[in-house]
Design a protein around this ligand. Structure first.
Ligand code: NAD
Length: 424
């Protein structure tokens, strides 16, 4: 029987109790659960093989977003983030969305774009025709680089050309469209474009400089929609407020940047937990937000004829289940197991849903009590820790600061001193 991700009071449990629930939900082994509890699950020698100049590892909190129902399937969402309130807001928003039947998602084929820049061309039009007439040869040469990907049904599916005007004259840009299947695909695509570059130089008589993937993955989009009943979101006034907030973000780049950051708070937390490339996602998201129009919001919200809230998000989602650090990082592997997605497409769609939930959580707070209440209560704990509070003192100091509406390190130190004296 499938298990529900709707876990009320999850936040009230201890980390151990929460882990026991996730272990059961995701079928984690004792070893995997032990690794999650272990504070340095990334061994130094493995870290040393992952990047350069390693001196240690940098742990971040790993939490679970609950309540996610996506296309009728329940998910627990692993999220790694240093920012308080992200996981709580995502879980709360997912609960509201659940009351409207959950998220519905879609995605396009996992196609990435690899670019080859050809310059110093006496006749760019002639060069372009030369490339187009050798289209099949070029695609074959590229596909020969990755028999594994081709055997899985991926590889180069098409080739495009464009002549662009630049400050250094006209350039021919050759683009390979590569179906990356369950890989993010940067290494795969970069290998292909590097391999075909000498042939392109030969047939065009030009000089190739750059051969690299584009992170503006407009052919690899993920989309999530939801309808939130007005009662679930807090009534008509909140629905109106969120619709106004959405219109603001659509019209104003200054607001749109923060609106999109809110959605990315959730998406990037999952990307980090799963060992994926967050820079690629951020670059793709912001590039897409400014594609063909001034920078705008990636999601939008409208009041529907029944007075409920309809939301939609669409953005490029270049993620992988294989490749990069996904299969190397021990915690990323466990996070993937918890997430239980079967393809990069399913993963991309879950991420779009998480982004939409995170966006809803932020807007819901912004149009009602403001973002600071929830934020500050969690932030107050960080301030208390900063001031030297330990164990139970952390919550006591935080609660007192919130009561006084003075969330500052100097005040935290005073409260800590007072409480410590009283306890002696
Ligand atoms: P990769 O090369 O490690 O793995 C991809 C390869 O795995 C494929 O080429 C294929 O041969 C094989 N494979 C096995 N099973 C597969 C499956 N089911 N589906 C697809 N391929 C399968 O990694 P990658 O995904 O090509 O590259 C991702 C890495 O590239 C990330 O670490 C990223 O940070 C890095 N990177 C990113 C950029 C950028 O975004 N601009 C640039 C350079 C490198």
């Amino acid at each position: 029987m499938s298990k529900s991700s709707e876990i009320s009071g999850f936040y009230k449990l201890s980390p151990k109790e929460r882990l026991a629930i996730v272990k059961d939900f995701a079928g984690l082994t004792d070893e995997e659960a032990a690794l999650l509890e272990h504070q340095s699950a990334l061994p130094l020698d493995l870290a040393d093989h992952m990047v350069e100049n390693v001196i240690g590892v940098f742990p971040e909190p790993l939490g679970i977003g609950v309540n996610f129902l996506i296309n009728g399937k329940d998910y627990l969402i692993p999220m790694a983030t240093e920012e308080p309130s992200v996981i709580a807001a995502a879980s709360y928003a997912a609960k509201m969305v659940r009351e409207g039947g959950g998220f519905k998602t879609k995605s396009s084929a996992p196609v990435m774009i690899g670019q080859i820049q050809v310059v110093k061309l006496p006749d760019p039009e002639y060069a372009k025709n030369q490339v187009l007439s050798r289209r099949v040869n070029i695609m074959k040469k590229a596909n020969d680089q990755d028999p594994t990907l081709v055997s899985l049904g991926g590889g180069v599916i098409d080739l495009g050309t464009k002549i662009i005007e630049t400050s250094m004259g006209q350039m021919l840009i050759v683009e390979l469209f590569v179906d990356c299947r369950d890989a993010m695909g940067a290494n795969a695509v970069n290998t292909m474009v590097e391999a075909v570059a000498p042939f392109i130089e030969e047939i065009t008589g030009g000089k190739v400089y750059l051969r690299i993937i584009s992170n503006l993955a407009t052919r690899r989009l993920a989309r999530a929609t939801c309808t939130v009943p007005k009662e679930a979101v807090g009534g008509e006034e909140i629905v109106n407020g969120i619709a106004y907030a959405s219109a603001f973000a659509q019209a104003d780049p200054f607001r749109a940047a923060t609106h999109n950051k809110g959605a990315l708070n959730g998406i990037i937390a999952v990307i980090l937990a799963t060992g994926n490339d967050h820079r690629a996602i951020e670059a793709g998201a912001h590039g897409f937000a400014a594609f063909h129009h001034p920078y705008t919001s990636l999601s939008s919200w409208k009041k529907n004829p029944k007075g409920d809230l309809d939301g939609v998000i669409e953005l490029p989602m270049a993620v992988g289940l294989v490749g990069g650090a996904v299969k190397t990082h021990p915690i990323a592997k466990i996070a993937m197991k918890i997430l239980n997605v079967k393809s990069a497409n399913e993963f991309a769609e879950v991420l779009a849903a998480v982004g939409l939930a995170q966006n809803l959580g932020a807007l819901r707070a912004l149009v009602s009590e403001g973002i600071q209440r929830g934020h500050m209560s969690l932030h107050a704990r960080n301030i208390a820790i900063n001031a030297g509070a330990k164990d139970k003192m952390i919550d006591l100091v935080a609660e007192q600061m919130i009561k006084e509406k003075r969330v500052r390190v100097d005040r935290a130190k005073e409260i800590l001193e007072e409480l410590s004296k009283n306890q002696q």
